[in-house]
Design a protein around this ligand. Sequence first.
Ligand code: GLN
Length: 481
Amino acid sequence: MTLRELTIQLADGASAVTIVEACLERIKTAEPSIGAFITVTAERALDRARALDAARAKGGPLHGVPVALKDNICTAGVPTTAASKILRGFIPPYDAAVVQRLEAAGAVIVGKTNLDEFAMGSSTENSSLGPSKNPWDVTRTPGGSSGGSAAAVAAGMVPVALGSDTGGSIRQPAALCGVVGLKPTYGRVSRYGLIAFASSLDQIGPFAHTAADAAVMFNVIAGHDPRDATSSTEAIPDVSAALTGDVKGVRVGVPRAFLGEGVDDAISSAFAASLDVLKARGAVLVDIELPHAGYGIPVYYLIATAEASSNLARYDGVRYGHRAALAAGDGLREMYERTRDEGFGAEVKRRIMLGTYVLSAGYYDAYYLKAQQVRTLLRRDYEQAFERADLIATPTTPTPAFKLGEKTSDPLQMYLNDIFTVSANLTGLPAISVPCGFSRDDLPIGLQLTGRMFDEASLLRAADAYQRDTTFHTRAPALAD
Ligand code: GLN
């Protein structure tokens, strides 16, 4: 069920308890084959649903709606692990800003979803608890790093979920699982209580079946928060009101030169067909250029690792989670070393080392500083493109969902999957992925639209208009249950 259908049922008198019970039942049957969740908070969710039913009159826009959260979003009293051994046993003493906002709107948190450790990855295979599976083909990845949230929505376990997106971690799994994923403009949604990966890139956003549902979620979670120093004070429009279906005259920029290499045929043809749909609705296609977009991957993997190496310094065995057992004679240094060696997985260690290297005295100018300079060039590319276009269209990913294990031995291949998504994070621009087709093996394909700073409304309007003329988002995977 979509969020919209569910809220209509709830408004018509369905009890939150009934809805939450149905959702928990679905989780029980689908979880064994999908593994979307790290923690299911069944008892808490039912208690909360009962309280909401008792207080029926005070309903917010998500009154009684079950929501799943990526497990890097802090929840007071509920373990939050970032899928890392180093946070085993960590129970946050406070709720993230988005959790407070969701609950104030009446949402019921039903659990915490699987991710790549500290959100570092594109497949959930870097989770210390093992990967989640793609509901469309359980031998394949749901994408990552918010793979659990995407899979939970795709498998009908929850109507909506939250993820975080540092280099594509909402849009890529959304594309691979056949759902909508929105990365808002940097600063739109408070990062207070989000476990930091790369602070100049991180942003929280929703998964849903439709752009209309994502719009509702956006309005609930977006807004200024003085507890996040990068939180924007820009006014938040009612984006649901912008969903008029009208895209007449909207200029959709297509960076043809950037779309050539390494893109699957199935992706190219679904992308071309999706442009035709927008055109038939009155949008105007224009050719644009993004000359520096090809540098996105190296720039992203320099900046993201640099910031991660700094952010992850706090996991020292003193303040949070795991601490290694010490032998007689061990001192503070051994405690730090052993804790971090035991607590972090291979990919996280790789990134801490890369990031430390690119920030080190002899290499800072050649790598980190250079990456920041190219980041500025990329931002200028987009500024110029937005003089000719109102939105920019690309595929979300170069391929449909790949097999579990297919890229785990080759980190570079894994990184290359992010070619179309990292630019929005490096520039701060909002971007959305919308289901736009299926491969011959019935694997979902995503269309990515990128908008101007703070213009989520235009993004959502175009995505919603597209969904009015297509049915890809209405197909559900046939789960063995
Ligand atoms: N796949 C990218 C990475 O591995 C992006 C991750 C993310 O957006 N959190 O860093």
